[in-house]
Design a protein around this ligand. Structure first.
Ligand code: CA
Length: 227
C-alpha cells in the first residue's frame, strides 16, 4: 500500500450507542480522518494509549467510567476533546470545560456541526503550536519571549507572559477562572480566583487596555480575549 503523503488526524470516538458511533465514524473517515471507536470508558483509556488520538469525541453518559473522568484522564497538550451531552445545561458545559474539554455539543446534532467544531479546534491547536501569536495590536514571539502592545514593547513577568500566551492561543473564547488557574498556575496550585483577577489587571495595565476591550470580563464566568 502506498504511504500517505501526510499523516491523517486520528480521532477516537467514545460512545456506547453503537449506531451513532458507527455513523460518526463513517462520516469522519469519509472526510479523511483515521477513526477508532470505543464503547465505554475503560476501553477508551486503553485504546487512547495505543492509538494516541489528536481528537477525542467523548460522550458524557457512558457505562462504568463516565465521560467526565475519561476526559480528565485523556486530556493532554496537543489533544482536542469534544464532549457530547444529552442536555443543554450550563453546569454540564462549565464542568466539561473545567475538566479540560475544548468544546461541547448537545445531542442531537448535525454531523456537519461536529465536523465544523473539530476543524475549528484543530485550527486552534495549530495556532497554539505556532511560534508567533498575535491578536489586534498584541504580538508575542515564543522564541524570543518578546511582547509588543499598541504602544510598543512590553515587559512582562513570566506569569503575566504565560497568562497572555493562554489568551492568545484561545482568542474570542471564554476562559473560566478555574481554567486559567489550572493552565497558568498549574493543577497543584490551591490559591483562589483573586490571583487571576490581579494578574488580568496587570496585563490590562501593561497592554494599555484601559477600557477592558482587549481582555473582556465575562461576568460570573471568566475572561475572553476580544469580542
Ligand atoms: Ca451514551
Amino acid at each position: 500500500m502506498a504511504k500517505l503523503p501526510q499523516s491523517r488526524v486520528r480521532v477516537l470516538i467514545v460512545e456506547d450507542e453503537a449506531n451513532l458511533a458507527e455513523m460518526l465514524a463513517m462520516g469522519l473517515r469519509y472526510e479523511g480522518f483515521e477513526v477508532t471507536c470505543a464503547a465505554d470508558g475503560s476501553q477508551a483509556l486503553g485504546t487512547a494509549r495505543s492509538f494516541d488520538p489528536q481528537v477525542v469525541v467523548l460522550d458524557v453518559m457512558l457505562p462504568q467510567i463516565d465521560g467526565w473522568s475519561v476526559c480528565q484522564r485523556l486530556r493532554r497538550p496537543g489533544r482536542v476533546i469534544l464532549m457530547l451531552t444529552a442536555r443543554d445545561d450550563v453546569d454540564d458545559r462549565v464542568r466539561g470545560l473545567d475538566l479540560g474539554a475544548d468544546d461541547y455539543l448537545v445531542k442531537p446534532f448535525a454531523f456537519r456541526e461536529l465536523l465544523a467544531r473539530i476543524r475549528a479546534q484543530l485550527r486552534h491547536l495549530h495556532r497554539e503550536q505556532s511560534d508567533r501569536l498575535e491578536f489586534g495590536p498584541v504580538r508575542l514571539d515564543r522564541c524570543t519571549h518578546q511582547v509588543r502592545g499598541a504602544a510598543g514593547p512590553v515587559e512582562l513577568t513570566p506569569r503575566e507572559y504565560d497568562l497572555l500566551e493562554l489568551f492568545l492561543t484561545h482568542p474570542r473564547q471564554v476562559l473560566s477562572k478555574d481554567q486559567i488557574l489550572d493552565r497558568v498556575w498549574g493543577q497543584g496550585y490551591f490559591g483562589d480566583h483573586n490571583v487571576v483577577e490581579v494578574y488580568v489587571g496587570y496585563l490590562r495595565q501593561k497592554l494599555g487596555d484601559r477600557d477592558h476591550l482587549l481582555i473582556q470580563t465575562v461576568r460570573g464566568f471568566g475572561y475572553r480575549l476580544g469580542q
